[in-house]
Design a protein around this ligand. Structure first.
Ligand SMILES: *Cc1c(COP(=O)(O)O)cnc(C)c1O
Length: 397
């Protein structure tokens, strides 16, 4: 299925293959290997002369249904599935970089991604420069003549800074480097980085693609010439997506757009409510007119997304009180679930970096991050109001 169908249709139908039974729902093929009709067919499958399944470390029909569907949604030629989001980033780096190469990465990326580029890849001779802020000029200044990859995540966690994908793609391409965008927060329902000139899209399918907090998974998308290289690394080394997880996430994709639209709309309503609370210093959400990059976000995204953060007056003590008064929101750093979550970044996700580095990144002691789920907005604001208004004067509108 291709461009003639709308996103909603592709999300439900793309990639589905039926077996001889004509099942209506996508089949889950729990098998590690596949049998051949003859010695000649086995030989042809192994050599790649004949397309088809051989062994589940290489391909599995359920996993292929997932990659075909996600490729249709991102508008990508190629897609490979991985065991987790981190496996997607690792496989991309191992497939496309070699000793002596240089990476330019945003400082505002997922913590484990920072560790991977900053520590692990360094052992193999790949160096990384981290860029502070969103300015394309800062990315240009960090480039070297051996830069092969530029890596960003937009909007960023937890301050929802927005990066101009088209402008940074131009900067990367002028230096002969590829641009990879971690599209975890927006998903293709709200943002399609390849349309803005990115070369690679990375997903932690663990988050919104599954959408219900059940399994881990990941994906890499882009031109087939690139994803084929990532596939070669995966089929040899093995951090591939299991058929069971692929089946769960495949079904998650069917409701992706309505979930993202509903969760985005709720996030905007909650951000607006928070902005009106006297105990709140500042709210960070790309869908708010007060966001410094609101115009860019609305050009690049079809909604603000479901992640917001806000600073309460009174520092850590006041922030922890809000967390501890939550009876509904789950106290966890996870995100991308139908259940709303709340976390205090400076003592959790960003707790291991130094206080100076946190201050430089703008992550204050009063900052809280919420990943908005599908509960009623009024129930979420009531939960937050309890800790924000300990005197009991609730503003529950
Ligand atoms: C969670 C996350 C990852 C890592 O994904 P896993 O599936 O946990 O390995 C990468 N990037 C972002 C933005 C994430 O939120």
């Amino acid at each position: 299925m291709n461009k003639e169908f709308a996103f909603e249709t592709l999300a439900v139908r793309a990639g589905q293959e039926r077996s001889q039974f004509g099942e209506h729902s996508e089949a889950l093929y729990l098998t590690s290997s596949f049998v051949f009709e003859s010695a000649a067919q086995a030989a042809a499958r192994f050599s790649g002369e004949e397309p088809g399944n051989v062994y589940a470390r290489f391909t599995n029909p359920t996993v292929t249904m997932f990659t075909d569907r996600l490729a249709a949604l991102e508008g990508a030629e190629g897609c490979v599935a991985t065991a987790s989001g981190m496996a997607a980033i690792l496989a991309t780096a191992m497939a496309l970089l070699k000793a002596g190469d240089h990476v330019v990465a945003s400082q505002s990326i997922f913590g484990a991604t920072q560790q991977l580029f900053g520590n692990i890849l360094g052992k193999f001779g790949v160096t990384t420069s981290f860029v502070v802020g969103t300015e394309p000029a800062a990315f240009r200044a960090a480039l070297a003549n051996n830069t092969k990859l530029v890596f960003i995540e937009t909007p960023s966690n937890p301050l929802t800074e927005v990066f101009d994908i088209a402008a940074i793609a131009e900067v990367a391409h002028a230096a002969g480097a590829l641009l990879a965008v971690d599209n975890c927060f927006c998903t293709p329902a709200l943002q399609r980085p390849l349309e803005f000139g990115a070369d690679l899209v990375i997903h932690s399918a663990t988050k919104y693609l599954d959408g219900q907090g059940r399994v881990l998974g990941g994906a890499v998308l882009g031109k087939s010439a690139l994803t084929d290289e990532v596939f070669k690394f995966l089929r040899t080394t093995g951090p591939t997506l299991s058929a069971f997880n692929a089946w769960i996430i495949l079904k998650g994709l069917e409701t992706l757009k309505i979930r993202m639209q509903a969760q985005s709309a709720s996030a905007l309503a909650i951000a607006q409510w928070l902005e009106a609370q006297p105990q709140v210093q500042r709210v960070f959400y790309p869908g708010l007119a007060s966001h410094p990059q609101h115009a860019l976000a609305m050009r690049q995204q079809a909604g603000g997304g479901a992640i917001l953060s806000f600073e309460v007056k009174g520092g850590r003590e006041a922030a922890w009180r809000v967390v501890d008064q939550c009876k509904l929101l789950s106290i966890t750093a996870n995100l991308g679930d139908t259940k709303s979550t709340i976390t205090h970044p400076s003592s959790t996700t960003h707790g291991r970096i130094t206080a100076e580095a946190r201050a430089a990144a703008g992550i204050k002691e009063g900052l809280l991050r919420i990943a908005v789920g599908l509960e009623a907005v009024s129930d979420i604001t009531a939960d937050l109001a309890r800790g924000l208004h300990p005197s009991g004067r609730l503003q529950l509108k």
